[in-house]
Ligand binder design. Structure first.
Ligand SMILES: Cc1cc2nc3c(=O)[nH]c(=O)nc-3n(C[C@H](O)[C@H](O)[C@H](O)COP(=O)(O)O)c2cc1C
Ligand code: SF4
Length: 426
């Protein structure tokens, strides 16, 4: 039986992405039409029943977030789609933005209808310059056909979507930094509370959801929350777009139902197809650079929020970087830490200094001067960074290192003894 289930990516490559006619022929905008026959409360009940957890990485329950915003009496309310997709190894929103733009737009329109919003914003990362253009085309076509603008489908509801763009900073994917960036301020995270549902864009109540989360909404309104849930597990509703990269034989984006195993994902012929070389799997890095690393002994873990969390792993953004035994763990972690040094916004000391110190320690291991004390010091630094950094970037920057210190203790010790098992260092 196929392990791929396409609920939100079935049009990709099969229709002209910005053609409203082809999208409608393929069943597009049926979710919106159904939503227009429902009350906002009924739509939110379906989102809750679907157990949709935000697909941007933090896995916050979308139904609770929507309910909270609905209960706030202040207007206007803004709808914001987070298309910053800055997590390395993550390119699934790119697939939706470029090949399923009308589905993302449909999800945002439904959200606009639920909160009686007039304006939605999609923040597309600076590096996706060509996608900004193609997405604008899809918006224009939706407007021409009466799905956006005044009196959508001859109802009283009017809604417009504006494209905003960043200059390519990872931290601008954090929802409050993203709103600051839209407002023309420096892209740095805000102090919370107040929460964005209360004081969001232009200080007004705001919904921020990920591209994939919005793309899922039309499916949920169309088939119902319970049906959507049934594609996944009891706690992780539906499907997830995953991004396989690194040494996987078949790298790419796949839509899979929650509940299949990591082994299925990496080795199934229809998905990862195993390791590209004749070498063995050494580890996999889940959810982007800010996520944990796992080892072959964990391959039979189900890919769903609960099982991965129990195993010390995470879904995160959906990134799965596969690494074979040719890779030196120290070398890999140096790359991860360099990324966080580069992307740190400088606002808080634990992240700004912590990443620099971790990098220095890793360099000691790769040049043969690392010691047991450096391992002890690393655990202390990681603990401080995790507990005291101002935003998720610093709080999770060292997750890869802490999981590798556990799984690859012997490899750290080997480096202390002047031996790099992968033959990279010294
Ligand atoms: C440093 C950092 C970067 C983030 N980058 C992204 C991103 O690129 N895309 C995204 O959707 N969420 C990102 N997030 C999560 C957002 O803050 C937020 O949780 C998400 O947009 C909410 O949407 P969701 O509930 O649909 O996942 C990031 C968080 C942090 C701390
Ligand atoms: S943890 Fe601190 S320094 Fe790092 S990105 Fe967040 S706010 Fe900026």
């Amino acid at each position: 039986m196929s392990k791929i289930v396409k609920l939100i990516s079935n049009n990709a490559g099969n229709i002209t992405a910005d053609s409203v006619e082809e999208y409608v022929k393929a069943g597009g905008f049926e979710g919106l039409k159904k939503a227009f026959t429902m009350t906002p409360t009924a739509i939110i009940s379906e989102v809750k029943a679907a157990k949709l957890l935000g697909r941007g990485g933090a896995a916050y329950p979308a139904g609770s977030k929507w309910q909270h915003l609905l209960e706030i009496p202040e207007f206007p309310k803004y709808i914001v789609c987070n298309a910053d997709e800055g997590e390395p190894g993550t390119f699934k929103d790119k697939l939706l933005l470029s090949q399923e733009p009308l589905r993302v737009i449909e999800g945002m329109i439904i959200a606009g209808y639920v909160f009686n919003s007039k304006d939605g914003y999609i923040y597309i990362r600076g590096e996706y310059a060509s996608i900004q253009k193609s997405f604008q085309k899809a918006l224009d076509h939706a407007m021409e056909k009466g799905y956006l603008g005044a009196n959508i489908l001859e109802t009283d509801f009017s809604f417009t979507i504006h494209i905003m763009t960043g200059a390519g900073a990872y931290v601008c994917g954090e929802n409050s930094a993203l709103l600051n960036s839209i407002e023309g301020k420096a892209g740095r995270p805000r102090t919370k509370p107040p929460h964005l549902a209360e004081v969001g864009l232009f200080k007004k109540p705001t919904l921020v959801n990920n591209v994939e989360s919005f793309a899922t909404i039309p499916v949920i309104t169309q088939i119902g929350g319970e049906k959507y849930l049934s594609y996944g597990t009891k706690d992780s509703g539906g499907t997830k777009l995953i991004c396989l990269s690194g040494h996987a034989a078949k790298r790419g984006v796949y839509e899979i139902p929650f509940g299949i195993t990591l082994r299925d994902i990496i080795y199934d012929r229809e998905i990862g197809g195993g390791i590209a070389s004749s070498k063995k799997l050494k580890f996999f890095h889940l959810g982007g650079q800010s996520g944990p690393c796992g080892v072959p002994e964990q391959l039979d873990t189900q890919y769903c929020y609960k099982a991965l969390r129990t195993a010390g792993l995470a879904v995160g953004s959906g990134a799965i970087v596969v690494m074979d035994e040719s890779v030196c763990v120290i070398d890999y972690l140096k790359g991860v830490t360099e990324f966080f040094i580069h992307e740190c916004c400088g606002k808080c000391t634990p992240c700004r200094e912590g990443n620099q110190q971790l990098y220095k320690i890793l360099c000691k291991f790769s040049d043969g001067t690392g010691t047991q004390d450096d391992i002890t010091l690393s655990f202390g630094l990681i603990d401080t960074m995790t507990k005291t950094s101002f935003c998720g970037a610093g709080q999770s920057a060292a997750l890869a290192m802490s999981t590798c210190l556990t799984h690859f203790k012997d490899e750290f010790t080997a480096h202390i003894n002047g031996n790099c098992p992968a033959g990279h260092c010294f």
